[in-house]
Design a protein. Sequence first.
Length: 233
Amino acid sequence: MPKTILVTGAGRGLGRTLAERCSARGDAVIAHARSESALEGVPCERRLIADLAQPETIEDAVSELGLEHLDALVHNAGVAHIGPVAEQRLEWWRESMAVNVVAVAELTRVLLPALRASGGHVVFVNSGAGLSAGPGWSSYAAGKHALKALADALRGEERGAGVRVTSLYPSHFTTDMQRSVREAFDSEYDLDRATSVESIAQTVVETLNTPSDMVVNEMRIEPPNPLPIRPRP
């Protein structure tokens, strides 16, 4: 049965691939991006235009959609600032926490009535950095650790309402963010040793397809032979 699915960060990468896959199978996709131009060519029925770096604007933007039922909310959008703590500027911390945590919490909050009405599913696309932090990852990993906490709390709170919550922890897959991370670390990047964005999208779709009498609480995803992130010799 077709679903109504909201995907954040749908302008490129995993979000765009998800919008394409879900639309192709007949779902009513609500595509989110920061600007209308970012969604050019993205198949969707409706659009949510909101800057996640300004979480205070989210409620008004969502209210314009007039959603009463929502089958799935996929939190995919995110930002990453790579560098040692000594070089992480205040604005980096603010943006990381606003986009990766506060906006996610606010968007979830305002959409909960629609999700409850449908017995909906919230999928948090987290990261391996949400489970373990290493040098250079402080602001990004802090946000992703907080995202795990948000998902865990939401899962416990909304079970009785029939809302399912899944956290996915992909690592090393083919996105612009992964390329920029490799550049920041001056590290080699081998597409053959990364999971494809299509495989991650398929996993998200399959997670949304799980029978109503079960839920995948957490899933860690990584390529069979990942290329370590380390400076070139």
